[in-house]
Design a protein around this ligand. Sequence first.
Ligand SMILES: C[S@@+](CC[C@H](N)C(=O)[O-])C[C@H]1O[C@@H](n2cnc3c(N)ncnc32)[C@H](O)[C@@H]1O
Length: 199
Amino acid sequence: MDEIKRRFEQRYLEGNTPWDSGRPDGNLIEILESYDITGKRALEIGCGTGDNAIFLSKRGFDVTATEIVEMAMEAARAKASEAGARCCFMLENIVENSIDGAPFDFVFDRGCFHSFDTQVDREKFVQSVARHMVAGGYWLSLIGNADDKRQGPGPPRRTATEIVTVVEPLFEIVLLKAGYFDSDMKPPPKNWILLARCR
Ligand SMILES: C[S@@+](CC[C@H](N)C(=O)[O-])C[C@H]1O[C@@H](n2cnc3c(N)ncnc32)[C@H](O)[C@@H]1O
């Protein structure tokens, strides 16, 4: 985990953050429009500089948003304040700590689950997500896709098998669809859009 934190701290320090498009991801918007996601308490894990958390807050969710990189979270706080959005930002690692405000009705992560390189770490992350949710609550995760054959930089890429193996024991998989991150990278990275309901 310390290694992941160091890696992301370095990226934010260098300004090497191609995921940071400055807008909410269209996949999040589409899923909220297409599924009956009830309940108001939302958790974003790994909120970066906050655009998705701000969007969720404006959509009427009570938003808690976590980060492990202070610099990113401070940027998120500033953006939310400028946008007049009320989000509760916390410098917390969900794998190691309990997040205040749980249980949540809806959990969102874009590019956090896919940061874990081993099955054991992915399992721990999924267990932590489930521990913070109501039964029947939805988790939407946007995950780099191993079928993306790009050369050079891009998000970590996972196979459907790697995802299902760790998610299905604790979640009912509602949707696992190949798509694209809403990104300014050309071409945009392929992703998996995972929507799962906590058992
Ligand atoms: C690829 S970035 C995406 C940031 C943001 N979700 C976005 O789409 O702009 C992944 C983020 O997850 C954060 N992160 C990684 N592991 C985390 C953890 N265990 N808890 C909270 N945040 C984490 C990183 O610091 C980083 O900001």
